[in-house]
Design a protein around this ligand. Structure first.
Ligand code: MN
Length: 491
């Protein structure tokens, strides 16, 4: 499902105490608010007003319907009036969809002349939303609280960001990952408990033989390759005359896409240690698949493959770009401290600052023929890098704020795509924090998704979240990780 097909159900709390006229006004206004927010064009998905809830039965019914409706990616509640919260308990304990409490108010201003006790009874969100907040706190519900006027740009932006994170939850729960070959020999951080991951995050992570991929590649026709070559020409510059090598990547891409689509997989991993029967490590092929929304992880890293797909789904329609990334090397000159990120081949061209070039160069690793790949620079701008690690008994999501820059040197002999950035709070402190938290060398780099969205996603998924930002210190982080470790063992 695409972003626009998802809906969020707006459920407004009230009670019978105020009489039918007030309830009718509340219902009309709730509908008006949903319509206005949809018409604003500021939200990525539709808000659907469902009910002004006055009874335990109404709430339990709407929760049950939300749980069973695949198009419903979350529930938004608000209390126009007071809504006694004990009637929300039975519904809330059964809620299986992401939940946001929008603490807002129909009117922006207190109307000086008009305000009387009738007005107060109708417009008491300040009061109603506190009772409503208590029960979610009491029930330890994972939730997002957004406070502010419903027409304000900042409120709509935050609500929209949360919607995208909730769509990331729906996407994650249906995600299938195709593994070509196993994890790179002896590597630890790319390992993980696939049963635990499926229980927590929903991913079906399974393996398909490389031999089956080679069979599928052999069945690809020249006409299919011609058509994909035309697509390559539209999107990329050819900086090679070796068209046979590029055509081989097209053959690989077509075969991988056929297998992914046949199984409904939106992410895949492969490894240079298992290319049996293949002439080239897929480079351009994997890059162009990522540009179409598929997640990818190198060296058998299925966790980063899945996370790449999820962040791409969360940022659908946005233009900053999201890519599989790897921390490679540093520039440690005082005042110019930067990380250089790249991969052997496979960085997604969605992050490119200019039109990517298709180049063919030798690859020292993997013992195969020279592969074609896309070469480009990543663009400047604020971004995040994200790593999911298996701590044994639980998953930890680490997110670091970064500032990407135009690479400060040309690096004319580097034959791969590259992104240069300054990690927060600064390169060395950020690095100490990242290593202390156990973050991987593989990450998802995104210019579109924010740390707040990843925090929302982790909360909805009930996994640990670690954020390294401009105010993070190593001492503070160590303390947080120590407490977090105890808390998650007790959970
Ligand atoms: Mn790698």
């Amino acid at each position: 499902m695409s972003m626009k097909q998802y809906e969020f159900w707006f459920v407004v709390g009230s009670q019978f105490l105020y009489g039918p006229e007030v309830l009718q006004t509340v219902a009309q206004r709730a509908q008006e608010m949903a319509d206005w927010m949809n018409a604003s064009g500021k939200l990525p998905c539709k808000v659907v007003y469902k009910v002004t809830a006055k009874t335990q039965r109404e709430i339990a019914d709407v929760v049950r319907a939300a749980n069973y409706e695949p198009a419903c990616a979350g529930v938004i509640t608000w209390c126009h009036t007071f809504s006694p919260s004990k009637m929300w308990i039975n519904g809330f304990v059964d809620l299986q969809k992401p939940y946001c409490h929008l603490a807002t108010q129909y009117n922006r201003e207190i109307p000086n002349e008009e305000i009387d006790m009738d007005f107060m009874n109708l417009n008491q969100a300040a009061h109603g939303d506190r009772e409503h907040g208590f029960i979610a706190a009491r029930l330890r519900m994972p939730r997002k609280v957004i406070a502010g006027y419903w027409q304000d740009e900042g409120v709509l932006r935050r609500l929209g960001d949360w919607m995208r994170a909730a769509v990331g939850v729906a996407f994650s729960k249906g995600l299938k990952v195709m593994r070509f070959g196993d994890n790179m020999r002896e590597v630890a951080v790319t390992e993980g408990d696939k049963v635990e991951v499926q229980a927590k995050l929903g991913w079906q992570v399974n393996t398909w033989p490389v031999g089956k991929l080679v069979e599928t590649m052999d069945a690809v026709t020249e006409a299919e390759i011609d058509a994909l070559m035309d697509e390559y020409r539209k999107a990329y510059d050819f900086a090679t005359d070796d068209l046979e090598t590029v055509r081989y990547q097209a053959r690989e891409e077509i075969a991988m896409k056929k297998m992914l689509d046949a199984e409904g997989c939106m992410a895949f991993s492969n490894t240079f240690q298992d290319l049996y029967g293949m002439k080239q490590l897929p480079g351009l092929a994997s890059q162009h698949l990522m540009a179409q929304g598929y997640g990818y992880g190198g060296e058998g890293d299925w966790k980063v493959a899945a996370m790449t797909a999820i962040l791409k789904a969360m940022s659908e329609g946005q233009t900053g770009g999201t890519a599989f990334m790897e921390d490679y090397t540093y520039h440690l000159v005082p005042g110019q401290e930067y990380s250089l990120g790249a991969h052997m081949l496979e960085v997604c061209p969605s992050v490119a600052a200019q039109r990517p070039r298709i180049e063919v160069h030798p690859l020292g690793i993997g013992d195969r023929e020279d592969p074609a790949r896309l070469v480009f620079e990543g663009h400047a701008g604020k971004a995040i890098v994200v790593s999911l690690i298996d701590m044994g008994g639980r998953l930890r999501l680490i997110c670091q704020d970064i500032e990407c820059v135009k690479p400060i040197m040309d690096m004319p002999n580097l034959p791969v795509a590259r992104v240069m950035w300054r990690a927060m709070p600064d390169l060395t402190t950020g690095l100490e924090c990242w290593i202390t938290a156990g973050g991987a060398h593989h990450t998802v780099l995104s210019y579109d998704v924010t740390a707040e969205q990843m925090r929302d996603w982790a909360r909805m998924m009930d996994i640990e979240f670690v954020h390294i930002g401009k105010d993070t210190t190593v001492e503070g982080l160590e303390h947080d990780l120590f407490l977090s470790d105890i808390a998650w063992k007790l959970k």
